[in-house]
Design a protein around this ligand. Structure first.
Ligand code: PMV
Length: 372
């Protein structure tokens, strides 16, 4: 198996005397919502089966990294001027992994400025957007340090490979539209090490799909994803789950090719319910749904039986992602406001949609965050 996608220029030892003293990099990277859920993993963040997601547009992280050459004693990493920022718990081991793979990064101290476009604890995966943005910043810093040009078609798969080590689902955030992570005969070049974009095999009608995030609760997660993945190691239904996910993938890929929203939506719903059924039936499992989650899911199905094209999916939490097509926007938004918003915390729901993928934040050096 391939162990690293990084070119020799990035992995070679370097002479510190030849490195630039300071390098800036800034990237905006989106979150994503899975239609086929990644749940359970093998060592080194490898999936048990392929997952599929839609990249979001409005929910993103913007990260700016200032890398300063040090003289052998790196300064502590700072996030938003805080050397004890809570995100460091996940980010520091990720940076350690990076510096082993790409040793030139060892020569630098890092100051990170980061912000999310979305409120915290709303069921939007900030680890996906945060880890993918950070992976992009580090890779562009390393390539600039060694004067290597990395066009996006090379950079994104490498960043996907790297982001996977920060958070599995983050590897799917590097491409616009729709993405698959995990090896399957159905998609040429698909593999377990990085995600690949599949929008070219998706009907154009699905590239404007909306995802309205209905914020049922803003309580902290009852089950971390790492604990959740772990329960799959000895789950009584693991084998059946793997088979089901593979069947769902076959079905959803066909439906996405045809633009069959009804079928895409019903598979997304079945996936969400399976995820929660697995969580509930695991040893040491949990109930992550709230009463309002159930009411909202039932209301969505009722509305659908009356002709409104609305579908739901869920992450490992109580908040509901309502999927609907662009052409029904005003009708669906009225439905949400009138019938679903009353079940949301403070009436909060966030309208998002299928997005274009990451983008570089231009002129970082002139960003106010970096002016002294
Ligand atoms: O990337 P992680 O380890 O936080 O796992 C994410 C798991 C789910 O969000 C529940 C499903 C998915 O595929 O995104």
């Amino acid at each position: 198996m391939r162990t690293s996608p990084f070119p020799a220029e990035l992995t070679a030892a370097v002479d510190p005397g030849k490195l630039p003293g300071i390098i800036f990099s800034g990237w905006q990277s989106p979150s994503n919502i899975a239609f086929i859920k990644y749940w359970g993993k093998r060592p080194l963040q490898l999936p048990l089966y392929p997952s599929l997601s839609m990249t979001l547009q409005e929910a993103f992280t913007q990260t700016l990294v200032e890398a300063t050459l040090h003289d052998g004693n790196p300064s502590p990493i700072m996030i938003n001027n805080d050397p004890a920022h809570p995100f460091l718990g996940k980010l520091a081991p990720f940076l350690d992994w990076f510096t082993v793979k790409i040793p030139v990064l060892n020569q630098y101290s890092f100051r990170i400025t980061t912000r999310n476009s979305f409120p915290h604890s709303t069921g939007i995966a900030s680890s996906a957007s945060g880890m993918s943005a950070f992976a992009l910043c580090l890779l562009t810093i390393a390539s600039e340090a060694v004067s290597l040009q990395l066009p996006n078609e090379h950079l994104m798969p490498m960043a996907s490979f790297a982001a996977r080590m920060g958070s599995g689902s983050a590897c799917r955030s590097l491409f616009g539209g729709y993405t698959v992570w995990g090896e399957t005969d159905l998609i040429p070049r698909s593999n377990d090490l990085e995600a690949i974009g599949i929008t070219h095999v998706v009907h154009p009608s699905l590239t404007s799909l909306h995802d309205a995030i209905l914020v049922i609760s803003r309580q902290p997660k009852r089950l971390s994803s790492s604990k959740g993945h772990e329960t799959m190691n000895r789950h009584p239904f693991a084998e059946a789950r793997i088979e089901q996910a593979r069947d769902h993938l076959t079905g959803i890929l066909q439906a996405m090719k045809e633009g069959n929203l009804e079928r895409v939506g019903s598979i997304a719903e079945a996936e969400a319910l399976s995820l929660h059924a697995l969580v509930m039936s695991a040893a040491g499992g949990a109930v992550l749904l709230e009463p309002a989650t159930l009411t909202v899911m039932n209301r969505i199905r009722e509305a659908r039986s009356l002709g409104l094209p609305v579908f739901f999916t869920l992450d490992a939490g109580p908040n509901v992602h309502l999927l609907y097509p662009e052409e029904n926007k005003s009708q669906v938004q009225r439905f949400i406001e009138n019938e679903l918003a009353p079940y949301c915390t403070d009436g909060l729901w966030i309208d998002d949609l299928c997005g274009a993928g990451p983008g570089r934040i231009e002129e970082v050096t002139r960003s106010p965050e970096f002016s002294s």
